[in-house]
Design a protein. Structure first.
Length: 134
């Protein structure tokens, strides 16, 4: 027969897995919906235009790299801003999972996994903020 502490730990782990699964699922669903809506608006507005030449990559415009400008673009009906917000939501989904895991591991006093999660979160944040130029 299992003792009550093992039963509580298993229940907490199951609950944590359920929350993480829901977080990832809904993050992907919401980001896909936002991106698809932006894509539909983009096609509605620009669908009849000639396809641009993609032989040379020009990178992302500066207006699509700042969250404040993206939100302003969405408010003004810019479909490309809405697409970019959806992509940013997709990127933020696993980051939110890491943050949730960090708080959960810390709450459970599992400092080894909390430290590993914090390390992964720091590496991810560093790479998103620019990292090393190669």
């Amino acid at each position: 027969m299992k003792n009550s502490s093992n039963l509580t730990a298993n229940t907490n782990n199951d609950a944590m897995r359920q929350v993480i699964g829901s977080l990832l699922r809904w993050g992907v669903i919401l980001s896909a919906a936002v991106t698809a809506i932006g894509g539909l608006f983009f096609l509605w507005a620009h669908g009849a235009e000639q396809v641009p030449s993609y032989h040379r990559y020009s990178g992302t415009l500066l207006q699509y790299r700042n969250v404040r400008q993206l939100i302003g673009g969405v408010v003004h009906g810019n479909s490309e801003s809405l697409i970019q917000i959806g992509i940013m939501m997709l990127i933020a989904t696993p980051v939110a999972r890491l943050v949730f895991s960090l708080f959960t591991f810390t709450k459970e006093k599992d400092f080894v996994f909390a430290g590993i999660t914090l390390l992964v979160l720091c590496i991810l944040a560093f790479s998103m903020m620019g990292g090393f130029a190669v």
